[in-house]
Design a protein around this ligand. Structure first.
Ligand SMILES: [Zn+2]
Length: 352
């Protein structure tokens, strides 16, 4: 721990915990913008663009959201993204998410986007990035939420395809702050992307990668040692390796944990068994995030509320998780300190 938890945490009445979880300023660091597409918006965009969907209506699509593992989700996720064609579609999708995030008191969102999901369908890189970047700018002006974009490579595709994506995106590099790695984890270890991440690091991008969601601790080790990431997305399988837990704790490596995602994809079928409280108690720098909120049953506050209700965590853990999230952002230390002041003020206002 690099900070002292303020004494106000012991003066938060137990029945105020849900209100505190909702109101406290927080950062969301693990959210795929394509995973924020609600069924209603998917159908609205399909109609606007004349795209035929393999589902009769919103209810039929929502009924298909019964997943058994990561791949069963990804199949539907890519079908949903097929309605995104124009710059305005990307803008509308991102504004819908950012409005919800601002309402959840997210002060900073670092948002993944998957250009290959779109460029493979013939959508131009410029269309994707300009639509998302314009939304980030407008959301800051309208709701005061700060946002940054993280370009993510699809790991089930080749490293060559990742290089092509990077080169296509570089003309727009002022619009994204970092590079990530997502999609089907098992069988696609981080080291598959060693060279492209090395180039991204040399170009000055922040680096993150999904590792240890379904994949083994070895994938977390190679994300750290080979890709040299600054955050691990998920990382919940790290608990199987004591040496890895020590390394993560000693370096205060942020883990962007997504409780409802883990429940829906059967990583932890029962939230009561989620290892978030154990990882926090072990000194790990864990955070709470929504991953693909339209598909997994809730935005970031819903993740906080449900995992706290299921595991019995309290105000002290709430403070740690919010503060971890703010200090794990890629915003400046000065900006982070301002958000931490807001967090302390929020706890003070709710203390008895
Ligand atoms: Zn994810």
């Amino acid at each position: 721990m690099t900070y002292a938890v303020p004494s106000t945490v012991s003066r938060i009445p137990a029945d105020c915990l849900p209100a505190l979880l909702r109101a406290m300023p927080k950062a969301e660091l693990h959210m795929h913008i394509e995973g924020s597409l609600e069924p209603e918006l998917i159908f609205a965009l399909a109609q606007r663009n004349g795209v035929q969907l393999p589902y009769a209506d919103v209810e039929a699509l929502r009924a298909a959201y019964a997943f058994t593992d990561l791949q069963s989700f990804l199949d539907i996720y890519y079908a949903g993204a097929s309605v995104l064609l124009q710059e305005q579609d990307f803008y509308d999708m991102a504004m819908a998410y950012l409005q919800r995030a601002a309402a959840d008191h997210v002060v900073r969102a670092e948002i993944f986007f998957d250009p290959q999901t779109h460029t493979e369908r013939g959508v131009a890189m410029e269309t994707v990035i300009h639509g998302l970047a314009r939304a980030c700018k407008d959301a800051q002006a309208q709701w005061g939420i700060s946002a940054g974009l993280i370009l993510s490579f699809l790991r089930h595709l080749s490293e060559e395809a990742a290089f092509d994506t990077l080169h296509a995106a570089l003309p727009y590099r002022e619009h994204f702050i970092g590079i990530g790695l997502d999609s089907s984890e098992v069988g696609n270890p981080p080291e598959k992307f060693a060279r492209v991440f090395e180039q991204c690091k040399a170009l000055g991008f922040h680096l993150v990668a999904h590792a240890g969601e379904e994949g083994p601790p070895a994938y977390v080790w190679s994300a750290l040692n080979v890709l040299q990431v600054q955050r691990i997305d998920h990382g919940v399988q790290s608990e199987k390796d004591w040496d890895l837990m020590q390394r993560l704790a000693d370096t205060r490596m942020p883990l962007t944990v997504c409780p409802l995602s883990n429940q829906k994809l059967c990583v932890f079928p029962d939230l009561r068994d989620h290892n978030l409280p154990r990882m926090l108690a072990a000194g790990l720098n864990v955070t709470v995030n929504s991953d693909d909120p339209a598909y997994f049953g809730g935005y970031v506050n819903e993740n906080y509320l449900q995992v706290f209700a299921a595991t019995g965590m309290g105000a002290e853990q709430a403070y740690q998780l919010a503060r971890n999230s703010l200090e794990a952002t890629f915003a400046s230390p000065e900006q982070q300190a301002l958000w931490v002041q807001q967090l302390d003020a929020c706890f003070e206002s709710m203390a008895a």
